[in-house]
Design a protein around this ligand. Structure first.
Ligand SMILES: NC(=O)c1ccc[n+]([C@@H]2O[C@H](COP(=O)([O-])OP(=O)(O)OC[C@H]3O[C@@H](n4cnc5c(N)ncnc54)[C@H](O)[C@@H]3O)[C@@H](O)[C@H]2O)c1
Ligand SMILES: [Fe+2]
Length: 384
């Protein structure tokens, strides 16, 4: 068996209305001045009101300007406001864009210095101040992960920050906050979580029995509940299951890494602004087909556990999993081709650029099969 290290330092609390205890959780970490990071769309929904009202006057400062494809300029702006306020705790309430922004703001607030010095893996020298995350989407797992990604528009690239010090101190999973999430976003974020489960389980060098168990159970919960949560956003059981499963897949992938799907999705997102979960959803079956000859035995294990196949032939069972992945994307109403999601053409220059970005993305290190630029271009062409 491979040697491994498994970290899961985030305290996870789950419950309907659990987010209303945010101020108490912050106090437990010694916070007297909490910097709350969220976005304008969430503010409009009204779901944040009881969370914000749990804080005493003057004990918090609210930043609501996180765009959906957050960037280093937003981080710099937010960090300056947080510093001016004298924040000693950061609370993120939102999807992956808000949580990742808050994580990087926390680096600036705690360690100072130019933000770009900290990008990459393991470049944080010390612990950060307390960070509490309340996800309002069920997909990224960022509320428990040791990574954050924000865009650098100047370079047209997503920057990765990865360190064990980036794992949030607490994650509060409150399914009531997801009731306002529209079906398309429910579907796309859910497919992000499914991709985490499949890629983490496939990362043969860095996965472990701990991450495998998290992946299997998370995938089971997602395949059973994502269609329900998408069809009926008020189905609290389905919302709860997808939210918990997304955090479980997050714990798994942050320990094992992801793979080629994420590498290609990051490149697609950086180039065309495609939503992360949607890009993953389109690329996932094509990348699984590419990986088949290296990893059919692992796909087959998932397939049998989820009852997609009872075949003892690994290739047949693995093919059933790939079909189930395509089927669930179609069932929840997501487009299945890149051309159907705002990418009008994909010419040779763009394909070369995408292949360069994907092949230099840190996620690709964990893929079970090596890929050349030509392999990556082939996957993009088939997904287009
Ligand atoms: N750090 C990690 O571990 C990790 C992992 C995967 C993805 N990501 C990053 O996460 C980002 C994507 O996050 P996401 O998929 O959660 O989407 P998102 O955060 O970009 O949100 C998408 C949209 O949904 C809206 N929204 C969120 N919650 C809502 C709710 N409850 N009701 C109504 N609207 C709501 C937001 O306002 C936004 O407009 C990408 O930047 C990606 O790179 C990070
Ligand atoms: Fe992801």
């Amino acid at each position: 068996m491979n040697p491994f290290v498994f970290h899961s330092p985030t305290k996870v609390t789950f419950g309907e209305g659990a987010s209303w205890t945010a101020a108490e959780v912050a106090k437990d970490f010694g916070a007297t001045k909490t910097f709350i990071v969220t976005d304008a769309i969430l503010m409009k929904t009204g779901i944040l009101k009881p969370i914000i009202e749990s804080f005493e006057e003057n004990s918090y400062c609210l930043f609501t300007d996180v765009p959906s494809d957050s960037d280093v300029d937003t981080v710099d702006k937010a960090a300056a406001i947080a510093r001016e306020f004298g924040a000693n705790c950061v609370l993120a309430i939102g999807g992956g864009s808000v949580i990742d922004t808050a994580k990087v703001v926390n680096i600036c607030l705690s360690l100072g210095g130019p933000l770009l010095d900290y990008q990459g893996l393991n470049n944080l020298s010390d612990r950060l101040g307390p960070l509490i995350c309340i996800p309002t989407t069920a997909g990224t797992g960022s509320e428990v992960s040791m990574v954050a990604m924000v865009k650098n528009h100047k370079e047209g690239k997503k920057l990765l920050f990865g360190s064990r010090f980036l794992a949030p101190d607490a994650a509060i999973l409150d399914p009531t906050l997801l009731l306002s999430l529209p079906p398309k976003l429910t579907a796309a974020t859910g497919l992000d979580a499914i991709t985490h489960g499949i890629e983490s389980f496939s990362a043969v060098i860095s996965s472990s029995p701990f991450t495998d168990a998290m992946c299997m159970e998370a995938l089971k919960m997602l395949f059973e509940n994502l269609p329900r949560a998408t069809a009926n956003g008020a189905d609290m059981e389905a919302r709860s299951a997808t939210l918990i499963a997304s955090a479980m897949a997050g714990v798994a992938f942050t320990n094992s890494g992801v793979g080629i799907v994420h590498a290609l999705a990051h490149a697609t997102g950086a180039t065309f602004g495609t939503h992360h979960g949607l890009a993953n959803s389109i690329l996932l079956p094509h990348c699984m087909n590419f990986n088949m000859d290296s990893i059919a035995n692992r796909y087959a294990l998932i397939s049998r556990y989820l009852n997609f196949s009872s075949s003892t032939n690994d290739n047949d069972a693995a093919a059933a999993l790939i079909k189930a992945v395509s089927d669930i994307s179609a069932q929840v109403g997501l487009p299945t081709r890149l051309r159907d999601c705002g990418i009008p053409v994909l010419d040779k220059r763009q394909l070369d650029e995408l292949a360069f970005l994907a092949s230099t993305d840190p996620a690709i290190m964990f893929n079970p099969k090596e890929s050349s630029a030509q392999d990556i271009i082939g996957i993009y062409e088939r997904a287009y």
